[in-house]
Design a protein around this ligand. Sequence first.
Ligand code: NAI
Length: 399
Amino acid sequence: MIVEPKFKGAILLSVHPEGCKKFVEEQINYVKNCEAKYVGSKKALIIGASSGYGLATRISLAFGGSKTDTIGVSFESGPKGRRIGTAGWFNNIAFKEAAENEGLVAKNFIGDAFSFEMKDQVIEYIKEEFGGKVDLVIYSLASGRRTDPVDGVTYISALKSTTGGVEGPTINVESGELDHQVMGDATPEELKSTVKVMGGEDWALWTNALADAGVLAEGARTYAYSYVGPKATHGIYKDGTIGAAKRHLENTANELDKLMKDKVGGEAYVTVNKALVTKASAYIPIFPVYAAALFKVMKEMGLHEGCIEQTHRLFASMIYGDSPVIDEDRRIRPDDWEMREDVQAAVDALWAKVTPENFKELTDYEGFRRDFLKLGGFEVDGVDYTKEIDVAALSELQP
Ligand code: NAI
């Protein structure tokens, strides 16, 4: 079959496996050709490894100088009947193939990271087949729901306001128009559920389980990814339900830092990353317009980074480098360029002028749209999109 991009609102429904593979290779080539190289982790566990920041992390660790063996946990599905599967499924396959070609271990666990079963399986694998210990654990999950393994309740997150509601324009990639979007105020229940899903509870469960099982190496480190954003986005992010969840994640980092120090002489931090187009962020109301305005400004200033560039800088110059930017709340800040005053002043000025008629010219709409499509393997250079996809052959591939 021939696959074309198909959307439902901010969700890309179709997937192009060959495009996903090429996009993974593009990111691998970026870190291989990057002057900045680092030596850090030898054995890493990445929770949320199949797309966005988690995938970029895995690529940087494996191919950016460190030659790290990796375990990736993700929630993805493969081909079934006429369904091709998810982009992350094919990203996992492409990563594993490339890593194994260079003699690295790349083990994929597909399933629910929030469950105790997944934690047990990963720990058993570390003990039995991965050399017994990991020295780095990255927590990069983005999910809309979580079943708490302790009480068995399924919590559904809600991307809502906690300050009386916010409204504004958002990009509709499907129609190519600017829509008006209303982000309603969260109920106390919705706020609690979002913190349950996207807060630090599960990161703490993972870290405790790994520490109790004795599979953390001496000096092991763990990092979870967060976002803060400038004042212009506070209504939708920092002061929204997701911001409350991220504060919970940040507080968890402080607790886990004590645990890591006590148990293995290691550390735990939250790193605050740059706003980028990923499956998760495209779904946040109003956020896409901010991202498109930000990309325009940062590209003009020569400061723009995509997921792989941002992540590789985080590891090469901050986590395993000598120029970490750490704020007064003990957070690592690779979003330093996004948050620069001159960048934000230019974004504010631009955003104030955006209308449904001019947004394609004023912002980097084209860059945003392309990044969005690339998440599903579309508009990736070097792919022949007129070629038939053989779904039966794809079913033979295992991540
Ligand atoms: P993403 O949607 O690209 O990746 C999410 C990952 O989580 C995927 O690998 C997915 O398979 C996995 N996942 C989701 N539910 C799962 C489950 N139940 N079990 C196992 N795996 C599961 O998202 P993105 O944007 O890379 O987000 C990762 C982290 O980075 C999040 O904490 C997000 O808040 C943070 N971040 C994202 C920014 C952005 O602009 N995209 C900016 C700063 C931080």
